[in-house]
Design a protein around this ligand. Structure first.
Ligand SMILES: [Zn+2]
Length: 152
């Protein structure tokens, strides 16, 4: 197996404080992490990372099975870790929306993402009635990323 890589990060066996659902897009990975830990203050946060993030929770034709699977995963995390926070994050210029769901990057995509987040809140609340749900969108601003949104 060769030499093991030993992480600098210390392993802290602390309970998770929430679950964040966001897109796999690697361009935003550091920003999602920074936002969840620094802005939301979740020092330990579970993550469900899939293309499009919460997109499949909305009613897009042909991806109903993905939506059901994602919802089941969220429910599992909430129950298994006794969580009371669910964080749903979309991002600008999402390839899942442009390549799979039929919404090219731009205002139409962002409007659909906002609509999808509103729908996702209801879907999550149905299966996890006791959690607080937060929705955010990550927007590109030059060489920076800013997050807008909050608790709903
Ligand atoms: Zn994406």
């Amino acid at each position: 197996m060769g030499n093991a890589f030993v992480c600098e990060s210390v392993f802290e066996n602390q309970p998770s404080q929430g679950v964040a659902v966001y897109c796999s897009d690697g361009r935003f990975a550091d920003h999602f992490d920074e936002f969840v830990t620094q802005s939301l203050g979740l020092t330990c946060c579970d993550r469900i990372v899939i293309p499009g993030g919460p997109a499949y929770l909305a009613d897009h034709p042909g991806v109903e099975a993905d939506g059901a699977s994602l919802l089941e995963q969220i429910k599992f995390m909430v129950e298994a870790h006794n969580l009371n926070r669910v964080i749903l994050i979309m991002h600008e210029d999402c390839g899942c929306y442009s390549h799979k769901l039929g919404y090219p990057a731009g205002p139409e995509q962002q409007q659909r993402q906002a609509d999808d987040l509103a729908m996702a809140v209801h879907v999550v609340r149905d299966v996890c009635p006791n959690v607080s749900i937060e929705c955010y969108i990550a927007l590109i601003d030059g060489d920076q990323v800013q997050f807008q949104g909050g608790q709903v």
